[in-house]
Design a protein around this ligand. Structure first.
Ligand SMILES: *Cc1c(COP(=O)(O)O)cnc(C)c1O
Length: 428
């Protein structure tokens, strides 16, 4: 069996040394992988039960056109999300273009001129800078007279409670909490940590709306931030909850009145949730959400596998090979431009789509250095599919995530190592 497998890997371009190193690393991770599988099983029960209790029927899998009135598939799916995340309501729509859009809707819908927005967890995700107006931008919250305050994290990545207390004013209406580190080096917060932060925020100002950017976090743990007090939970369907099948979309789940505000902002005042055709996405939204716990577990195995492979070879990795996981992102510091490029070219070479394309670093709008991106995805830009990207600047770190199946994640990581090995950048 092993000989046959090694031979197949060799035909794929992965040499026996790289293969053997992968097998040895994987074998040492068995019990860790069992934990991910057990969690996926429990999250599967959660999703299945939500679908059954919501009485998902075959009719739900078809969509509507035009106004999208009486779209039973859409309305039932929103119940399924609400039941799974234990919220009063949810908005799950293909009209939500991406995660940034979902966050922008949640913020703009629930803030009014004169209100203040606070980030108690330091700098938010890059694209939110223009949404908020941290970087001046057309249509930003700042243009509508919404103020923003940011409290930095402490040196060790924990919350600066006294500074947060001092930053909350009578006008502070909403706190935006980003769960995943995104492309920063701070740790990702656990659901438990987020719960503690929310409890503190509510103790200072009980009516403060607590919104969590849940991108990359869904189904990584057994509970979600909505289980520990978050009023709004926001994410993208081309990440974890879309299960790789959702072709576009985003979700916002939370308190009924806040979700109604979001619907009125997304569509129009007076129309709210009643309109919004689903065309032909309903089946993929359901099926993707159904697969999401398993797909997320596969991505987690890939992340832990990559951490262990590169840690053993002496490269700094965040999170490290053994610590607990709160999102699916793995950072690997390769220490040179050539390392970042080889890694990304390996991921690309292992893709099911566009494997013959060679990614190169490129100047991208909004970035202060060239960036290289590897993605051979079925859905454009989908980062629950195997993908990697890195800015070409010190310390030369790549951010790696996804994999629709654990096996594909493994193949991609071994291919990245193969490229580093061929370039003489990794010794085996
Ligand atoms: C992906 C992501 C977003 C939204 O990004 P989009 O590319 O617009 O979907 C926001 N916050 C975090 C932490 C993310 O990872």
């Amino acid at each position: 069996m092993t000989a046959k497998k090694q031979h197949m890997y060799e035909k794929l371009g992965i040499n026996p040394k790289v293969f053997a190193f992968g097998e040895e690393t994987e074998n040492a991770l068995r019990s860790r992988f069992d934990e991910f599988d057990a969690r996926a099983e429990m999250n599967q029960i959660k999703v299945l039960q939500a679908m059954q209790e919501s009485k998902v029927s075959e009719a739900c899998l078809y969509g509507t056109t035009g106004y999208g009135y009486n779209d039973i598939g859409r309305d039932t799916l929103e119940q399924v999300y609400a039941r799974t995340f234990h919220t009063e309501a949810a908005l799950v729509r293909p009209q939500i273009a991406c995660g940034t859009h979902a966050l922008a809707v949640a913020l703009a819908a629930n803030l009014r001129p004169g209100d203040e927005l606070i980030s108690p967890v330091g700098k938010p995700y890059d694209t939110l800078e223009e949404v908020i107006g941290i970087r001046p931008s057309r249509g930003s919250l700042a243009e509508y007279g919404i103020n923003y305050r940011q409290v930095e994290l402490l040196e060790d990545g924990t919350f600066d409670y006294p500074a947060i207390r001092a930053a909350i004013t009578p006008r502070t209406k909403l706190a935006a909490i980003q769960r995943s580190k995104g492309y920063l080096t701070r740790p990702t917060f656990s659901v438990k940590q987020i719960g503690e932060l929310i409890a503190f925020l509510k103790s200072v100002k009980p009516d403060l709306i607590c919104m969590v950017d849940n991108c990359y976090g869904e189904f990584v743990e057994l509970s979600e931030p909505s289980d520990v007090g978050a009023d709004l939970l926001v994410g993208s369907l081309i990440k974890n909850p879309g299960g790789g099948l959702a072709p576009t979309g985003g979700y916002i789940a939370g308190r009924e009145d806040l979700i109604e505000n979001c619907a009125c902002r997304l569509t129009s005042p007076g129309l709210g949730r009643e309109v919004g055709a689903t065309l032909s996405v309903n089946k993929d939204f359901y099926q993707g959400f159904f697969l999401a716990p398993t797909v997320t577990a596969g991505a987690l195995k890939g992340a832990v596998f990559a951490a262990n492979i590169y840690e053993k070879l002496g490269f700094p990795v965040v999170p490290n090979g053994s610590e607990s996981r709160h999102d699916i992102i793995q950072a690997v510091t390769l220490g040179s431009p050539e390392g970042v490029i080889a890694f990304c070219q390996g991921i690309q070479a292992a893709a099911p789509v566009d494997s013959f394309v060679t990614p190169e670093p490129w100047a991208m709008p909004g970035y202060d250095s060239d960036v290289i991106m590897a993605a051979g995805a079925f859905v454009q830009g989908s980062s629950i599919e195997l993908s990697a990207d890195g800015p070409i600047k010190p310390p030369y770190t790549v951010y790696f995530q996804g994999g629709l199946t654990w096996h594909h994640a493994k193949i991609g990581i071994l291919m990245s190592l193969q490229k580093l090995y061929e370039a003489g950048l990794a010794q085996l």
